[in-house]
Design a protein around this ligand. Structure first.
Ligand code: DNO
Length: 389
């Protein structure tokens, strides 16, 4: 497997030198400074590529080339953003970058309620707490109809938690949920702007959103296929509807349907194990087997799930999904590709890491030492699976 590391660009506190010393050979990055929907020019791409090459690394994966919300909302005038998307894909292909991540989550991207949850060993990790989530939705955002989405027990516990919160606790929960996490599609929200954005989406149900995803793909996939670019949708994180909004890249059935309706080989999947694994209904190893030919990029991380739907990010080898089995599936797929003419290896990156003592961790989830530890463990697994199978 190709071992990569996510780098947020020249502002990232983790330097390219560190990334190389961590053992990665590839970089996953995006032109975060270009406004969503604008063209990624050849010059900007070449400039970023040169920085990465000067450090002895290669820009292997774009994460992400975001899809403008007007496209996801199906607004008239969105054709301009689609044209720009195609041009950006052409410019990337021209530079030899051929794996491109995007997602189709409405309003909020990946979501947690706690960004500094203390584990027993004192390290910090990210957590989605189902009760705090209900506190946010029902009591802080006060979304119309929110209480219909929770059972009695959760509503009762949420009220009790809310009543114990002081102003600082409330402010922190709003920031954690709404302000936007690293790499999210769009800038974060205040409660006010989130309410405004939600009202734009009030009539979009799952079927409508699925239709828009397929329409988007029908426009961009022919170009991607012609250029040898593989577009890899990132699953919903967590894989469930939030804030009354549909999420359509969450389950085996969602992906079966997506690949049936847009069968182009350029229609690929980012196997984000932590996202998919945050539903106990997803058998992620079985999903990897089922969609192996579509996977061109993998986020190797795991979570611990709890019965009420809460989950906490775990150490890679200690979570609910067996990453050793998963790596075995991906290595098997690479071997198959080697004899079938498909491009390989498959790129992987350690996804979020815990924040360890003495860490550099300005960006939630994207710590230096925590990810270094994650990559080191995963390198061991990959090496063993490649040698022994
Ligand atoms: C979180 C990441 C997301 C992901 C985007 C993909 O750590 O997995 O930021 O990059 O949702 O579009």
């Amino acid at each position: 497997m190709k071992q990569t590391w996510r780098w947020f660009g020249p502002e990232d506190p983790i330097s390219l030198t560190k990334i190389r010393q961590a053992g990665a050979s590839g970089v996953v990055t995006a032109l975060h400074h270009v406004a969503v929907g604008e063209v990624w020019s050849r010059e900007e791409i070449a400039h970023r590529q040169a920085l990465i090459a000067a450090a002895g690394l290669r820009w292997d994966v774009v994460e992400s080339l975001p899809v403008h919300s007007d496209v996801r909302l199906g607004l008239s005038g969105a054709e301009h953003y689609l044209d720009n998307y195609v041009t950006s894909l052409e410019n990337l292909a021209e530079s030899g970058i051929d794996v491109v991540v995007y997602n189709f989550m409405p309003v909020i991207d990946w979501t947690r309620t706690q960004l500094s949850w203390r584990a027993a060993d004192g390290s910090r990790s990210l957590r989605f707490d189902a009760v705090e989530w209900a506190v946010f939705d029902v009591h802080l955002l006060q979304r119309t109809g929110a209480s219909d989405d929770y059972d009695e027990g959760t509503l009762k516990r949420a009220r009790a938690v809310y009543e114990r919160m002081n102003e600082e606790d409330k402010r922190l929960l709003v920031t954690n949920v709404a302000a936007g996490l690293p790499g999210a599609n769009e800038a974060g929200h205040s409660l006010e702007s989130m309410r405004r954005e939600l009202s734009r989406w009030s009539r979009v149900d799952a079927e409508t959103l699925r239709g828009r995803l397929v329409s988007f793909l029908r426009v961009v996939l022919p170009t991607a296929e012609r250029l040898g670019v593989r577009l890899c949708i990132h699953p919903d994180d967590p894989p469930r509807p939030l804030l009354g909004l549909p999420r359509i890249a969450s389950t085996l059935a969602d992906f079966e349907r997506l690949f049936r309706e847009a069968p182009s080989p350029a229609n690929g999947l980012t196997l984000c194990v932590g996202s998919l694994g945050a539903s106990v209904d997803n058998d992620v190893v079985a999903m990897a087997e089922r969609f192996a030919q579509r996977i061109h990029f993998a986020h190797l991380r795991t979570v611990h799930n709890e019965p009420d739907g809460s989950f906490t990010e775990a150490d890679p080898l200690d979570g609910d999904v067996d990453l050793v089995q998963l790596v075995r599936v991906l290595v098997g797929e690479e071997r198959r590709r080697a004899t079938s003419g498909m491009p390989f290896p498959i790129a992987m990156r350690p996804d979020h890491g815990h924040t360890l003592d003495g860490d550099i961790a300005q960006l939630p989830g994207y710590s230096w030492l925590g990810r270094l530890k994650g990559l080191a463990e995963l390198r061991g697994v990959i090496c063993a699976v490649e040698r022994l199978t």
